[in-house]
Structures are given as C-alpha cells and as structure tokens.
Design a protein around this ligand. Sequence first.
Ligand code: PLP
Length: 426
Amino acid sequence: MKRDTLVFDIIKKEHERQLGGIELIASENFVSEQVLEAMGSVMTNKYAEGYPGKRYYGGCQFVDQTEQLAIDRIKEIYGAEWANVQPHSGAQANAAVLSVILNPGDAFLGLDLSHGGHLSHGSPVNSSGILYNPIAYKVKEDTGLVDYDEMEALAIEHKPKLIIGGASAYSREWDYKRMREIADKIGALFMVDMAHPAGLIAAGLLDNPLKYAHVVTSTTHKTLRGPRGGIILIGKDFENPWGITTKKGEVRMMSSLLDSSVFPGQQGGPLEHVIAAKAVAFGEALLPEYKEYQAQVKKNAAVMAQAFVDLGYKVISGGTDNHSMLIDLRTKYPEITGKIVENTIVKAEITVNKNMVPFDSRSPFLTSGLRVGTPAITTRGVKEDLMPVIVQLIDDAIANIENEKMIHSIGEKVHSLMKDYPLFAY
Ligand code: PLP
C-alpha cells in the first residue's frame, strides 16, 4: 500500500514540535516508547465488547489478559478494590459515574469551572450540566483555596446526591476527609476526579482519595504518564451495602452498575490497544524510578512557582503542592490577556495554556491567567536549576510581546536548550 505521506509528514512535524519546544501544559506528558508501541499495535483490530472472561465476541483470550493486567496493576498502584479501565477518556469516566448516581434533574456539587473545575463537573455545555442540576462551590478570593465552609453550607441547603472533588486548575492539596464528612452529613456520595495529580498520588506524594471517596475517576495521560484515556476506581467502600436501587427496584452493587454504565451505557467496544498501553504505563508506575520522577515533577513545580513570584507575578494561592500553578497576569501586566500570552509564547516555542483565574474579570476566551505545569518537561530530564531560566524566557517573551525578532530569538534559545534533553528515540 502506498504510504500516506500527507498524514505522516504532518505527524513528523508534530514530533519535531514536541522535540524542539518547552512543553508546559499541565495536563500533558510524554509517554514511553513501550506505551507508544502498545498503542500502535494489532490490539486495535479486536472487538471485545464486555469485560475479561465475559465478552460478546470470540477470540478475546489475549485482550482479556492485557485488560486484566491493566486492572490488576491499577488496583495495586492505588490500593483499589475494583477498577474499570475501559473509559475512552476522563470525561467519559465521569459521565459513567454521574449516570449511575444521579437521575436527570438531580443536584450535585462540583468546583466552579472558572475557579479551576472541569467541564464534566457541571458546565452548562457538558452533559453533566445539561442532564443534572450542578451547584458550584468556589475558592476563596483572598487565599485561592477551596472554601469548604461554603461547600458545607451549599450541601446542607441543596441536599445534593453527589459531591465531586478534584479540578483542572487547582494547585493545592484537597481536604478529602472534610469533604467525606460533609457528604456523610447529608447522605450524599463522594466522588474524586484525580485526573491532574494522579501520578503524584500514585507515587505517594499527595493524599490518596481512595481512602475517603466512594468512587474515584481519573484520566491516564496527565501526570500518570499513560496513553489518553480514563479509569474508574473504588476503594474501601467496595463491600459496603450502599448498592443502588435501580429504576426496576433491584439493589445492585456500585461496581456492577459502573461496569454496565461504561459498557453498554456510554461506550461500545473498548479500545484494547489503549488498554494494553494503559497496562504498560501502570507497570511503569510501579517501578521505583517512577517515584523519583514524580518527586522531581513536584520539586520543579515548586521552584517554578517561586521563580514567577520572584519576577513579580501573582501565583494563585501563593504556590503549589502539586505539578501545576495558576498565574494571574494582572498584577504584572494588567493590559495583557492570557490569550495574547498563549499565542505569543507559542511562537517562542513554549507551550502553556490560557486559563481563567478565580474571580476573573475577563471571559474564558480571553482570560487573565496562565496554567503552567511540569510533568512533560520533567519527563525530558529537566531539573529544578532550569526552572528560573524557563520563567525568565517566558517573562522576556511577555515583556516583548510585539517584538517579533525578539520572540524569534527566544524560540532559538528554547531549541538549543532542549537539545540537551532528548525525548526518547522515537
Ligand atoms: N477531569 C479533569 C479534572 C480534567 O482536568 C480533565 C481534562 O483536562 C478531564 C477530566 C477530562 O479528560 P478527557 O480530556 O480525557 O476527557
């Protein structure tokens, strides 16, 4: 067959972009060669509706083995009692959980999108906001920390069936214990979406939400460093008799309801090539060097946040406990939007994303903030000594936003800097 050079030439350019630049998008990472290999394997050819040992197709004896490995390894990583590794994405995993716990119109609590929450935690344009009744809790304006007192007051007022913890742009540790207490007080279930810090939690560097939450969801491609996808986990509450009474009046355990909700509820055939890659990535997360990697991610983020503060930027909450930070540009550059900075520094070969800051005066299309993270550059071997250098390059680009020559020369510096940090052999 003739090679499709049109597509492969574009893929080559994307590869070069990834190699040449500084990747600071907090939700991105670089997978290992063996994760890529599994994703590009013949497992993609196989239909396997159902679960290991209970499929609707023949010939599943090998995909059963890789899927079971993925399940066993992810359970070992987080100390989970049960896992589903089939969700195609984090948003699918969340939708699957919500559809089990909530009926259309039911209230639930999630972090406000403009305060760091995720679309799938109640945005009006996502099924979570279209089908159900989301009530948003917020962070405090003075500290940038989640306002648990407000959360409790909202819980008592609205009696939601579900409280969701976890976020897309929140750099601090969560008080899962307090959230569980609030949920118990009103008889709600407690779900944590740990998509962002999942890798740090896997390495034991942040509190494990499985100790407190009834259900935990995650993506597999952010700090965790696996292929794109989702997972659902249940921890210590697994055997508790809090099975849900279905619309037909039967009581079924949460695990069985969640399995049915993923398939056939939300999805058809699982992506067995991605699940094989998940198994590989979870195997990597069990290795001792993974802990070192995550510790470096955290150290790099702390040093980077301090470097922004040292140059006069406001970092929301004053710093970070995890891999990410949210910069409020308004203190140093009140006229410049997140959108302009994102577009400019990408020309300087540095990728970040614009982000609303809590109580932002601008729209989500413009924003006053930047979200920055260290998982991807840390995978390339970049250590904390380079963080102030990178922050200085970002500041130089912002300070010279209209000077194309200067932006171009920063891009050249970035290229030569990253030559010392090769990205695998592929
Ligand atoms: N949950 C959180 C907290 C996220 O930050 C994201 C993605 O950014 C998701 C879920 C959704 O993941 P996906 O893009 O795989 O649907």
